[in-house]
Ligand binder design. Structure first.
Ligand code: SF4
Ligand code: SF4
Length: 432
């Protein structure tokens, strides 16, 4: 007699998907048109039909263990062709928002950052933390608080917070974000490994790639593909979003380089040498300034393109934008705008305007840091992991990876040489 398994639908999960913009999920009648028209779905990783069914039935563990959810770029092509107007692209977007909350710890912070009010609350708390640190720093340095100026009346932000108090504020925050992100990604990897049915050893352990194979063979190509937006470009209905998205991503890359250069100049070299160009404020020609300006322009230009496209496509009914989508867009906008304004207004030397904008800038940057594992920013973590997993799982299924089976990467010429040698060997045996 066949075995039957009773399904226990997770109604909280269904509600979470519906609240996050997937309220059309129950319209789906499984015709599979969406999986056929999706430009990113492949025979090995077909989606989004099966995810629609799992979401309808409240199969939270199935969905959380599904890497395919993260291969979707919400282009809306499937939604345009769905005969039931079930908007599968938006449902997958809502599933991703829930997955981020599922893997984030503490949950209370994830819930808070998923609402506009919560996000504003975190932003205000961050600005207060900046002010408290500025006050403590003024007690140590003797600079006036909260509008310190130089003897000749110039606004210089390092008088309010120099490198040391900024490090004291941001390094623990970065450590916390890195820890939560790492835990989320590891748990996600375990779930998608189980979900993909890659098999377990007799001791119950799941196959896992070695660190060197993970980095060289899978992570580096995945990052290159993401930076070039190879898959995003295949989207039809919202193709122009790829451009804005790419600008934002490269904006972050440039700002990451800016921060790293800032740390090298101010934290490392600045503590050894006392040359003026190692310390802020930096001149226009300074690498920190050049990278920072390019990053800010890319970030602001890209986020403006994304915002405009979202608004248009939402009006056309091709794309549904959730509160979380807008929260993240406005957060990036606030970081970019406050950064550019705090730089420009500093030049006017009006402390009562420059400093409040600077506090807002530091507060929004701290909020953006914190947003990584808790908001749509988490796409960076989980989509990259899904790309890596897709390539690795294909190798495991082909018997080329898993449980130490990773084969060294060989070039086509080496493969041809090996084939010739084998052939020569076989001929020799026959002759004998
Ligand atoms: S989401 Fe629409 S297109 Fe996809 S299977 Fe359901 S009804 Fe068909
Ligand atoms: S939104 Fe685009 S990428 Fe996502 S499932 Fe639909 S067609 Fe595929």
């Amino acid at each position: 007699m066949a075995d039957f398994k009773k399904l226990e639908p997770d109604l909280a999960f269904v509600k979470g998907v519906m609240d996050a913009g997937g309220d059309t999920v129950n319209r789906c009648y499984q015709c599979a048109t969406c999986s056929i028209v999706c430009p990113l779905s492949t025979p090995e990783s077909p989606f989004p039909r099966k995810e629609m069914l799992w979401a309808q039935w409240g199969m939270a563990s199935k969905v959380s263990g599904d890497a395919d959810v993260w291969l979707c770029h919400q282009c809306g092509d499937c939604s345009a062709y769905c005969p039931r107007d079930a908007k599968p692209g938006d449902v997958l977007g809502a599933i991703r928002a829930n997955a981020i909350r599922y893997y984030a710890e503490p949950k209370a912070l994830a819930d808070m950052m998923s609402t506009s009010r919560g996000m504003i609350g975190v932003g205000i708390a961050s600005i207060v933390a900046v002010l408290i640190m500025g006050f403590i720093w003024s007690l140590i340095t003797g600079h006036s608080f909260p509008f310190p100026v130089t003897e000749d009346g110039k606004v210089e932000y390092h008088l309010f917070l120099s490198v040391i108090p900024i490090d004291i504020l941001f390094l623990p925050l970065a450590g916390f974000v890195a820890f939560v992100s790492y835990k989320g990604v590891v748990n996600f990897w375990q779930d998608i490994s189980k979900g993909a049915g890659l098999g377990e050893s007799y001791t119950g352990t799941m196959p896992a790639p070695s660190l060197s194979a993970l980095l060289k063979k899978y992570l580096v190509p995945a990052v290159k593909e993401i930076l070039a937006h190879e898959r995003f470009k295949k989207c039809g209905q919202t193709a122009e979003r790829a451009k804005g998205h790419k600008w934002v991503l490269w904006g972050f890359v440039f700002l990451f380089i800016t921060t790293s250069l800032g740390v090298i100049f101010a934290d490392v070299l600045g503590n050894i040498f006392h040359a003026g160009f190692l310390h802020s404020p930096y001149a226009f020609w300074h690498p920190v300034k050049i990278f920072g300006t390019i990053g800010a322009v890319l970030l602001m230009g890209g986020i403006w393109m994304v915002r405009t496209m979202r608004e248009e496509k939402t009006k056309e009914g091709i794309l549904q934008s959730s509160e979380q989508d807008w929260n993240f867009i406005w957060l990036i906008f606030a970081v970019g705008a406050s950064g550019i304004l705090s730089w420009a207004i500093r030049l006017t030397n009006i402390p009562y305007i420059a400093y409040p904008i600077y506090w807002i800038h530091l507060g929004t940057v701290a909020t953006l840091f914190l947003a990584l594992p808790f908001t749509k920013f988490g796409h960076m973590l989980y989509r990259t992991t899904a790309y890596v997993f897709q390539a690795w799982a294909a190798d495991v299924r082909a018997g080329q990876a898993g449980f130490g089976l990773e084969k060294p990467v060989v070039s086509p010429s080496e493969t041809a040489e090996a084939g010739q040698e084998e052939e020569a060997g076989e001929t020799g045996t026959k002759t004998e």
